[in-house]
Design a binder for this molecule. Sequence first.
Ligand SMILES: Nc1ncnc2c1ncn2[C@@H]1O[C@H](COP(=O)(O)OP(=O)(O)O)[C@@H](O)[C@H]1O
Ligand SMILES: [Mg+2]
Length: 373
Amino acid sequence: MKEPFNPFIINTYQGKEYFCNREFELKTLISHIENDRNVVLYAWRRLGKSALIHRLFDELESSKNYETLYIDLLATQNIGESIQSISAAIYDKYGKTSNGISASIQKLMASIGATISFNSLSGAPELTLGVNNTKQPNQSLAALGEFLATRKKRVVIAIDEFQQINDYQGEKAEAVFRSWVQQIPEVRFIFSGSHRTLMEAMFTEKKRPFYQSSMLESLQPISLEDYSEFITQHFQVAKKKIELDSIAKIYHWSRGQTYTVQLVCNHLYAKHNKVTNADVDVVFDQILVQQQAIYTNFQKMLTRTQWNVFRAIAKEEPLQNPLSKGFIQKYNLGAASTVSTALKALERLELVIKDEENYLVHEVQLARWMARI
Ligand SMILES: Nc1ncnc2c1ncn2[C@@H]1O[C@H](COP(=O)(O)OP(=O)(O)O)[C@@H](O)[C@H]1O
Ligand SMILES: [Mg+2]
């Protein structure tokens, strides 16, 4: 891996040197895996679930006892596409050998109706699934599972954005996946998802296929203390300076959301050798201005009442009682029943979340922007 120019990474995992703490969470996950327990890792968006999975996989792979597969279901629309993602991950990991494409992988892919073609421009192999595949998801998964279960090393699969399977229409995706997981008890699974309420419901409601099948781990924000140490140290290495109260200011403005803390620090590190609180304010402004075009689109997406309620929550958050007279009158929101309907819609869209009895705007940067308008 190439060294990054800026130690505050804002896209993916780039090695543990640029990864702040999470040692306790890492130990917990390793212990689940070492004791044959599947895990559900869930949290609000951009807190660091995917990065933590990569950090864990880094650790597992270097222990030489495990093989890891990372699958992201975010862009998938149906079971067929999810199987395509799983096949592609297996193909990427095991398909290429020093003398071409592995014969056993070729056989496996053919058995599930996948064909390997070569990109005419780059010459790189590409995987496509035959149409008939979607009709037999159980068989395809069984074949893929059998391959994974017979690997010498223990296989750990992370399925990220797992809540996505709730959107597959007319398919019993949960039941299909649940029976797959049961068929291959030697393979460990980590199910991760951003939609906290959906993920919780899938694994804690009695009637659902995944009920009580996995350990629930909810990821919390990195503590201010741990983040202060990490930020200070990276500034020091470059002979730069940032005071603890500036870090606290960043942390609170970001509501502890990992991505936003990283983004602010990335900008400050790039621009200054000695950061002042005024510099921090300038970066906040710049970040919000950059997002402006995206944010104004939200207004078009929502009804007028939804928008007004949304903005009022941004201004008041953390808000405890959105149906209180005081709140409704202050923002002139109309009847309590109208506010209640709008709020439900905002929660369903996960624009507004309820976190320990407090209503918050899910995207912290959006909240900061809306609070200003
Ligand atoms: N412990 C960490 N230290 C430093 N950066 C992190 C850490 N965890 C996550 N990040 C960064 O924060 C951003 C959001 O993390 P990500 O894992 O994508 O969140 P999630 O999957 O929960 O939505 C990413 O850019 C990632 O590089
Ligand atoms: Mg993620």
